[in-house]
Design a protein around this ligand. Structure first.
Ligand SMILES: [Zn+2]
Ligand SMILES: [Zn+2]
Length: 253
């Protein structure tokens, strides 16, 4: 599909490929190393992200979703080499816990996409990963090394990716400006907080979220940490507590 993606260059070898026309405004990141390139998240799969990636690099690509939700795994079908976290191998390989019907409703939501796509044909990507990742693994791109941090809470096998050399932290759905989701059955609010505590210890210079605005400061990590800690202290860090609003973001429990 023409002009579905918006690509921006972050530095010489790092790019963001976004889906600004969809309400989720997913951001995928392409990190090019001397040997390989890493694509963090792949969008909805409505348009072929691999064609977009090929305009930028001809290096072999390893595609890694931060977690197995439809808006992150949609483009995997065009990447023979892709990895997921060990706790979500089931979700990618035949046992995604939500029906396609439910996901179609989520995709359309309140913005009218029917002129762009026929959502009736949309199906959550399913396939066999070529590799499995776990906490502290290193994704080696040659001259760039990306560390995996298992950060469950939004989903059981959610991962953040950290490049120590640049201080780049790719936060997936753990931290972004907008509504953070820790309300559905497969989420875990307590683990969500533990994951924020974990990444708050890193020496981060820039954060790159999987959704919405890229204009996001590193202070947001401590802000989210303090706010969720305060929710816990009130005894409200559990499913059913509802929505808590802060300056640039909310969390749904
Ligand atoms: Zn998600
Ligand atoms: Zn998402």
């Amino acid at each position: 599909m023409e002009n579905w993606f918006l690509t921006k260059q972050i530095d010489e070898n790092t790019f963001v490929i976004s889906e600004p026309k969809h309400w989720e405004e997913t951001n995928c990141y392409l990190l090019i190393g001397s040997g390989k390139a890493l694509l963090i998240d792949t969008g909805l799969g409505i348009s072929d992200i691999s064609a977009e990636v090929r305009k930028i690099t001809d290096k072999p690509i390893i595609a890694v979703p931060t977690h197995v939700h439809w808006d992150h795994i949609g483009g995997l079908r065009n990447f023979p080499e892709f990895c997921v976290h060990e706790l979500e191998t089931d979700w990618i390989d035949g046992n995604f816990p939500l029906s396609n019907e439910f996901v179609r409703k989520m995709i359309v939501k309140d913005n009218n996409l029917t002129h762009v796509i026929n959502v009736d044909n949309y199906a959550v990507f399913q396939g066999k990963p070529s590799g499995i990742l776990k906490d502290e693994d290193i994704i080696d791109l040659g001259n760039r090394k990306i560390r995996v941090f298992h950060t469950p809470g939004h989903s059981p096998g959610h991962m953040c990716f950290f490049e120590e050399e640049t201080g780049y932290l790719f936060t997936g759905d753990l931290i972004y400006k907008g509504t953070l989701f820790a309300n559905y059955e497969s989420t875990d609010p307590e683990k969500y907080l533990e994951s924020v505590q974990k990444i708050a210890k890193l020496y981060v210079k820039r954060i790159f979220p999987a959704h919405h605005s890229l204009d996001i400061s590193i202070e947001m990590i401590s802000e989210v940490l303090e706010s969720i800690t305060a929710i816990k202290e009130k005894g409200k860090l559990c499913h059913g507590s509802g929505k808590f609003d802060f300056k640039n973001w909310s969390i749904l429990l």
